[in-house]
Design a protein around this ligand. Structure first.
Ligand SMILES: [Zn+2]
Length: 265
Protein backbone atom coordinates (compact mmCIF):
# COMPACT_ATOMS: atom_id res chain seq x y z
CA UNK A 1 0.00 0.00 0.00
CA UNK A 2 1.65 3.27 -1.10
CA UNK A 3 1.78 5.68 1.77
CA UNK A 4 -0.49 8.53 0.79
CA UNK A 5 -1.44 11.19 3.27
CA UNK A 6 -5.07 11.94 3.95
CA UNK A 7 -7.20 14.54 5.68
CA UNK A 8 -10.43 13.38 7.29
CA UNK A 9 -12.54 16.50 6.75
CA UNK A 10 -15.40 15.30 8.95
CA UNK A 11 -14.90 13.14 12.02
CA UNK A 12 -16.64 13.32 15.41
CA UNK A 13 -13.59 12.37 17.45
CA UNK A 14 -15.08 14.13 20.47
CA UNK A 15 -17.86 11.52 20.83
CA UNK A 16 -17.63 9.25 23.92
CA UNK A 17 -16.92 6.13 21.83
CA UNK A 18 -13.45 7.60 21.19
CA UNK A 19 -12.60 8.17 24.85
CA UNK A 20 -9.04 6.86 24.44
CA UNK A 21 -8.26 9.58 21.93
CA UNK A 22 -4.50 9.10 22.01
CA UNK A 23 -4.85 5.49 20.87
CA UNK A 24 -7.43 6.45 18.24
CA UNK A 25 -5.12 9.13 16.87
CA UNK A 26 -2.26 6.65 16.63
CA UNK A 27 -4.52 4.28 14.68
CA UNK A 28 -5.53 7.09 12.32
CA UNK A 29 -1.93 8.22 11.88
CA UNK A 30 -0.86 4.66 10.98
CA UNK A 31 -3.49 4.68 8.23
CA UNK A 32 -2.01 7.87 6.75
CA UNK A 33 -4.54 10.31 8.20
CA UNK A 34 -2.45 13.39 9.04
CA UNK A 35 -5.16 15.93 9.81
CA UNK A 36 -8.68 15.59 11.17
CA UNK A 37 -11.43 18.19 11.29
CA UNK A 38 -13.99 17.83 14.06
CA UNK A 39 -17.23 19.66 13.34
CA UNK A 40 -19.33 20.69 16.32
CA UNK A 41 -22.82 19.31 16.78
CA UNK A 42 -23.97 21.20 19.86
CA UNK A 43 -23.08 24.24 21.89
CA UNK A 44 -22.09 22.09 24.88
CA UNK A 45 -19.25 20.51 22.87
CA UNK A 46 -17.46 23.67 21.71
CA UNK A 47 -15.13 24.03 24.69
CA UNK A 48 -14.04 20.42 24.43
CA UNK A 49 -13.21 20.79 20.73
CA UNK A 50 -11.05 23.80 21.47
CA UNK A 51 -9.11 21.96 24.17
CA UNK A 52 -8.71 18.78 22.07
CA UNK A 53 -7.20 20.85 19.27
CA UNK A 54 -4.76 22.40 21.75
CA UNK A 55 -3.66 18.96 22.96
CA UNK A 56 -3.27 17.30 19.56
CA UNK A 57 -1.52 19.03 16.65
CA UNK A 58 -3.40 17.02 14.00
CA UNK A 59 -6.85 18.15 15.17
CA UNK A 60 -8.83 21.11 13.83
CA UNK A 61 -12.41 22.05 14.57
CA UNK A 62 -15.51 23.89 13.41
CA UNK A 63 -18.13 25.64 15.53
CA UNK A 64 -21.83 25.33 14.83
CA UNK A 65 -25.23 23.91 15.71
CA UNK A 66 -26.36 20.66 14.09
CA UNK A 67 -30.07 20.55 13.11
CA UNK A 68 -30.37 17.20 14.86
CA UNK A 69 -29.85 18.89 18.25
CA UNK A 70 -32.27 21.74 17.65
CA UNK A 71 -34.20 21.19 20.87
CA UNK A 72 -31.10 21.75 22.96
CA UNK A 73 -30.42 25.17 21.56
CA UNK A 74 -32.30 28.13 22.99
CA UNK A 75 -32.51 31.62 21.60
CA UNK A 76 -29.12 32.62 22.95
CA UNK A 77 -27.23 29.80 21.18
CA UNK A 78 -26.69 31.91 18.05
CA UNK A 79 -25.39 34.84 20.09
CA UNK A 80 -23.02 32.45 21.86
CA UNK A 81 -21.93 31.08 18.49
CA UNK A 82 -21.16 34.57 17.24
CA UNK A 83 -19.07 35.20 20.36
CA UNK A 84 -17.29 31.85 20.15
CA UNK A 85 -16.37 32.52 16.52
CA UNK A 86 -15.17 35.99 17.35
CA UNK A 87 -12.81 34.54 19.97
CA UNK A 88 -11.87 31.41 18.02
CA UNK A 89 -8.36 29.96 18.08
CA UNK A 90 -6.34 29.49 14.86
CA UNK A 91 -7.39 25.81 14.79
CA UNK A 92 -11.00 26.78 14.07
CA UNK A 93 -11.22 26.28 10.31
CA UNK A 94 -14.96 26.44 9.55
CA UNK A 95 -18.48 27.15 10.72
CA UNK A 96 -20.58 24.01 11.22
CA UNK A 97 -21.84 21.56 11.08
CA UNK A 98 -25.18 23.09 10.31
CA UNK A 99 -27.87 22.47 7.76
CA UNK A 100 -31.37 21.27 7.08
CA UNK A 101 -32.53 17.78 8.00
CA UNK A 102 -35.93 16.78 6.66
CA UNK A 103 -35.42 13.10 7.33
CA UNK A 104 -36.19 13.42 11.05
CA UNK A 105 -39.35 11.55 12.03
CA UNK A 106 -42.70 13.30 11.46
CA UNK A 107 -43.20 13.97 15.15
CA UNK A 108 -40.04 16.11 15.20
CA UNK A 109 -40.73 17.81 11.89
CA UNK A 110 -43.37 20.25 13.11
CA UNK A 111 -43.79 23.59 11.30
CA UNK A 112 -42.02 25.21 14.28
CA UNK A 113 -39.12 22.83 13.96
CA UNK A 114 -38.79 23.51 10.23
CA UNK A 115 -38.97 27.27 10.82
CA UNK A 116 -36.28 27.06 13.46
CA UNK A 117 -34.08 24.96 11.17
CA UNK A 118 -34.28 27.63 8.46
CA UNK A 119 -33.61 30.46 10.88
CA UNK A 120 -30.57 28.79 12.45
CA UNK A 121 -29.18 27.70 9.09
CA UNK A 122 -29.49 31.19 7.61
CA UNK A 123 -27.67 32.60 10.61
CA UNK A 124 -24.78 30.17 10.04
CA UNK A 125 -24.49 31.50 6.48
CA UNK A 126 -24.24 35.05 7.80
CA UNK A 127 -21.66 34.03 10.41
CA UNK A 128 -19.52 32.23 7.82
CA UNK A 129 -19.33 35.46 5.83
CA UNK A 130 -18.81 37.63 8.89
CA UNK A 131 -15.79 35.58 9.97
CA UNK A 132 -14.60 34.67 6.46
CA UNK A 133 -14.80 30.94 7.09
CA UNK A 134 -16.10 28.06 4.96
CA UNK A 135 -19.32 26.28 5.99
CA UNK A 136 -19.80 22.57 6.72
CA UNK A 137 -23.32 21.62 5.65
CA UNK A 138 -25.42 18.64 6.67
CA UNK A 139 -28.17 17.96 4.12
CA UNK A 140 -30.81 15.25 4.31
CA UNK A 141 -33.75 15.43 1.92
CA UNK A 142 -33.04 19.15 1.64
CA UNK A 143 -30.74 19.82 -1.35
CA UNK A 144 -33.25 22.08 -3.14
CA UNK A 145 -33.92 24.18 -0.05
CA UNK A 146 -30.24 24.47 0.80
CA UNK A 147 -29.38 25.50 -2.75
CA UNK A 148 -32.12 28.13 -2.59
CA UNK A 149 -30.55 29.53 0.57
CA UNK A 150 -27.02 29.44 -0.84
CA UNK A 151 -28.12 31.37 -3.94
CA UNK A 152 -29.64 34.05 -1.77
CA UNK A 153 -26.73 34.43 0.65
CA UNK A 154 -23.53 33.92 -1.37
CA UNK A 155 -20.66 32.58 0.73
CA UNK A 156 -17.26 34.22 0.23
CA UNK A 157 -15.31 31.18 1.41
CA UNK A 158 -17.63 28.46 0.11
CA UNK A 159 -17.85 25.25 2.06
CA UNK A 160 -18.56 21.55 1.82
CA UNK A 161 -21.69 19.43 1.48
CA UNK A 162 -20.74 16.79 3.97
CA UNK A 163 -21.42 13.08 3.27
CA UNK A 164 -22.93 13.94 -0.08
CA UNK A 165 -25.61 11.64 -1.35
CA UNK A 166 -27.49 12.66 -4.47
CA UNK A 167 -27.27 13.12 -8.21
CA UNK A 168 -24.55 14.60 -10.42
CA UNK A 169 -26.87 17.52 -11.29
CA UNK A 170 -27.43 18.34 -7.62
CA UNK A 171 -23.72 18.12 -6.84
CA UNK A 172 -22.85 20.38 -9.77
CA UNK A 173 -25.26 23.04 -8.50
CA UNK A 174 -23.18 23.16 -5.31
CA UNK A 175 -19.90 23.15 -7.21
CA UNK A 176 -21.07 26.13 -9.28
CA UNK A 177 -21.62 27.99 -6.01
CA UNK A 178 -18.02 27.34 -4.96
CA UNK A 179 -18.75 24.31 -2.79
CA UNK A 180 -16.83 21.10 -2.35
CA UNK A 181 -18.47 17.69 -2.21
CA UNK A 182 -17.71 15.58 0.87
CA UNK A 183 -17.10 11.99 -0.26
CA UNK A 184 -17.84 9.50 2.49
CA UNK A 185 -18.68 5.85 3.10
CA UNK A 186 -21.74 5.96 0.84
CA UNK A 187 -19.61 5.24 -2.23
CA UNK A 188 -18.30 1.99 -0.73
CA UNK A 189 -21.79 0.50 -1.24
CA UNK A 190 -22.47 -0.78 -4.73
CA UNK A 191 -26.19 -0.12 -4.32
CA UNK A 192 -25.53 3.64 -4.00
CA UNK A 193 -25.60 3.92 -7.79
CA UNK A 194 -26.71 7.53 -8.14
CA UNK A 195 -24.13 8.90 -5.71
CA UNK A 196 -21.35 6.71 -7.14
CA UNK A 197 -22.16 7.93 -10.63
CA UNK A 198 -22.09 11.53 -9.44
CA UNK A 199 -18.72 11.13 -7.70
CA UNK A 200 -17.28 9.40 -10.78
CA UNK A 201 -18.13 12.38 -13.01
CA UNK A 202 -17.56 15.41 -10.80
CA UNK A 203 -14.41 17.49 -11.29
CA UNK A 204 -11.67 16.03 -9.10
CA UNK A 205 -10.94 19.58 -7.93
CA UNK A 206 -14.35 19.61 -6.17
CA UNK A 207 -13.89 16.56 -3.94
CA UNK A 208 -12.75 16.08 -0.34
CA UNK A 209 -12.77 12.89 1.74
CA UNK A 210 -14.42 12.22 5.09
CA UNK A 211 -15.56 9.38 7.33
CA UNK A 212 -18.17 11.06 9.58
CA UNK A 213 -16.88 8.63 12.24
CA UNK A 214 -18.32 7.09 14.35
CA UNK A 215 -21.33 7.27 11.98
CA UNK A 216 -21.76 6.17 8.36
CA UNK A 217 -20.20 2.70 8.54
CA UNK A 218 -18.46 1.73 5.36
CA UNK A 219 -19.29 -1.43 3.46
CA UNK A 220 -17.91 -4.50 5.22
CA UNK A 221 -17.68 -2.78 8.61
CA UNK A 222 -21.38 -2.43 9.46
CA UNK A 223 -22.19 -2.56 13.17
CA UNK A 224 -18.75 -1.25 14.17
CA UNK A 225 -18.06 2.40 14.91
CA UNK A 226 -16.57 4.09 11.89
CA UNK A 227 -13.02 5.42 12.24
CA UNK A 228 -10.71 7.77 10.31
CA UNK A 229 -8.44 4.76 9.80
CA UNK A 230 -11.03 3.56 7.27
CA UNK A 231 -10.63 6.68 5.16
CA UNK A 232 -8.33 4.62 2.98
CA UNK A 233 -11.23 2.28 2.11
CA UNK A 234 -13.26 5.25 0.90
CA UNK A 235 -10.23 6.40 -1.09
CA UNK A 236 -9.92 2.93 -2.67
CA UNK A 237 -13.59 3.03 -3.71
CA UNK A 238 -13.06 6.52 -5.12
CA UNK A 239 -10.08 5.34 -7.18
CA UNK A 240 -12.18 2.54 -8.67
CA UNK A 241 -14.78 5.07 -9.77
CA UNK A 242 -12.33 7.58 -11.27
CA UNK A 243 -10.26 7.62 -14.46
CA UNK A 244 -7.23 9.41 -12.95
CA UNK A 245 -4.24 7.60 -11.45
CA UNK A 246 -4.55 7.04 -7.69
CA UNK A 247 -1.48 9.16 -7.01
CA UNK A 248 -3.06 12.10 -8.78
CA UNK A 249 -6.32 11.55 -6.88
CA UNK A 250 -4.56 11.45 -3.51
CA UNK A 251 -2.58 14.62 -4.23
CA UNK A 252 -5.52 16.58 -5.60
CA UNK A 253 -7.81 15.61 -2.70
CA UNK A 254 -5.14 16.66 -0.18
CA UNK A 255 -4.72 19.95 -2.00
CA UNK A 256 -8.51 20.55 -2.13
CA UNK A 257 -8.87 20.01 1.62
CA UNK A 258 -5.98 22.38 2.40
CA UNK A 259 -7.40 25.01 0.09
CA UNK A 260 -10.94 24.82 1.46
CA UNK A 261 -9.97 24.91 5.12
CA UNK A 262 -6.83 27.04 4.71
CA UNK A 263 -4.64 24.33 6.24
CA UNK A 264 -0.91 24.59 5.84
CA UNK A 265 0.63 21.69 3.87
ZN1 LIG B 1 -21.32 14.92 11.20
Amino acid sequence: MPDYSFIDTHCHFDFPVFSDLKAELTKAEKAGVRKIIIPATQQASWQNLISLSLQHPSLYYALGLHPYFLEQHGEDALIRLDEALKHRTPRCVAVGECGLDFMLNDECLTPENIDKQYRIFDEHLQLANRYQLPLIIHARKSHDKILQRLRKIRLNKGGVIHAFSGSYQQAMEYVKLGFYIGVGGVITYERAKKTRQAIAQLPLTALVLETDAPDMPISGFQGKPNHPAYLHDIFDSLCLLRQEHEREIAHQIWHNSCLLFQLKG
